[in-house]
Design a protein around this ligand. Structure first.
Ligand code: CAP
Ligand code: MG
Length: 436
């Protein structure tokens, strides 16, 4: 029976709608969408299933029984009232070509034309479940939380890792960059990263930067015994990305960084599947807010996090729910889902280190520790290099804030015997997460 849609299309219940009991989650990719429409929820689900599998806006003469029985996506569940709420759509595995078009092919269906359907006022892909067959086709993280901890030496007594971003974001020479890295590492950071905007500009060529920074970090190792990771940003077109990565690795880099949204997920898939540099992959999410920020439309950070783990990220920026980047996308509930997912058992794949970043200083550490616990990387750029006594003291203040949390001592009390922390708190104060 045709389901009327006011001239916006012809949606067939018997093909594109079914019952939850008839959906075996191991045989479908299941997408959950938030929708707002003049259509009821069932019709919205059917509209998505139709457009994204075998249908179009009218009945066609070119289809056949095989197509109609094997390939339709099926809406199978709704939650909400009127035209506002959630719909679940199941995409049969026969729809996809994993071998030669991978994540691009998947995204073209679960997150393709549907965002522009005029029948839907708003539509957001809020969650996605991949069956074991799909997860098994991907490497997942090669190093994961446990591997990164082994490299840093924190596996025996796990605590949050402290990271920094070299600031200013761009403009320092390789020599100046190395000096900042040395100070940060001596002060106590475990991890240093390029900013997402720095790759191989003339004022800071990648090769020279890597050589000098790794020399500085080798010095830190011989002076303190500590191994500090440096994530080199190799984001570029595929050919140059590989060239940058090879240059970085040949010159001693121990972590690579990718701006995964800017690169495009299929490029990330190709890069990780076809090159194993035996170092952690740090995933920055710059540009994600173009589609994650509006709570009614776009794609959620949770979906991006699931794909990032599938493709092989070892560390992923997930937001902190506070600081300069806190937005609607990082409400505490969603953040909790993302953190749980990245660190939970998932078809045997390694676990991903969530990274909290953006506007963080020592005063934000307790609020983040309450949300993330021990298994996360907490990054501070301005919150370290903006310390009145400089980078080394800034890193020490952040480490002291982490130590205070791990020991269960309030920051103010700990600051009485830790000067760098006291000065940082005097400058920035202690802050809470929005819903803390
Ligand atoms: C942080 C940062 C990161 C943001 C991105 C920056 O620096 O390097 O890019 O954290 O946000 O340039 O803003 P500060 P998110 O510590 O100086 O703010 O991690 O939420 O994707
Ligand atoms: Mg940055």
């Amino acid at each position: 029976m045709a389901h009327g849609t006011g001239g916006k299309g012809i949606y067939l219940d018997e093909i594109f709608y079914t019952t939850p009991e008839s959906i075996d989650p191991e045989k479908y990719i299941i997408a959950k969408y938030y929708v707002e429409s003049e259509l009821d929820l069932k019709a919205s689900g059917i509209a998505i299933a139709t457009e994204e599998s075998i249908g179009t806006w009218t009945e066609i003469t070119t289809t056949n029984e095989w197509v109609k029985t094997r390939l339709p996506a099926k809406a199978f569940r709704t939650e909400g009232s009127g035209g506002t709420g959630f719909v679940w759509v199941a995409y049969p595995l026969d729809l996809f070509d994993l071998e030669t078009s991978g994540i691009a092919n998947i995204l073209s269906m679960v997150a393709g034309n549907l965002f522009g359907l005029s029948a839907l006022k708003n539509v957001r892909l809020v969650d996605i479940d991949f069956p074991g067959e799909i997860v098994g086709a991907y490497p997942g993280p090669r190093i994961g939380i446990e591997g990164v901890r082994r490299l840093v030496g924190t596996e025996a007594s796990p605590r949050p890792h402290l990271g920094t971003i070299v600031k200013p974001k761009v403009g320092l020479s390789p020599e100046q960059t190395a000096k900042v890295c040395y100070e940060a590492a001596i002060g106590g950071v475990d991890f240093i990263k390029d900013d997402e905007t720095l790759v191989n500009q003339k004022f800071c060529p990648l090769q020279d930067r890597v050589v000098r920074v790794m020399e500085a970090l080798d010095r830190v190792k011989s002076e303190t015994g500590r191994n500090v990771l440096f994530a080199v940003n190799v984001t570029a077109d595929p050919e140059n990305m590989v060239r940058h990565a090879e240059t970085a690795i040949d010159n001693g880099a121990n972590t690579l960084m990718l701006d995964i949204v800017i690169l495009g997920l299929p490029t990330v898939e190709w890069f990780i599947k076809s090159h194993d540099f035996h170092v952690p992959i740090h995933m920055h999410r710059a540009m994600h807010a173009a589609f994650t920020r509006n709570p009614k439309h776009g794609i959620s950070m949770l979906v991006l996090a699931k794909i990032a783990r599938l493709l092989g990220g070892d560390q992923l920026h997930v937001g902190s729910g506070a600081g300069k980047m806190g937005g609607e996308e990082s409400t505490k509930t969603e953040l909790n889902h993302i953190i749980d997912f990245l660190r939970s058992e998932w078809h045997g794949k390694r676990r991903v280190f969530p990274v909290a970043s953006g506007g963080i200083h020592p005063g934000f550490v307790p609020a983040n520790y309450r949300v993330f616990g021990n298994d996360f990387v907490i990054n501070a750029g301005g919150g370290i290099h903006g310390h009145p006594r400089g980078t080394r003291a800034g890193a020490a203040a952040m480490r002291q804030a982490i130590d205070a949390c791990v020991k269960g001592i309030p920051l103010e009390a700990y600051a009485k015997s830790h000067e760098e922390l006291r000065i940082a708190l005097e400058r920035w104060g202690e802050r809470r997460l929005s819903e803390d």
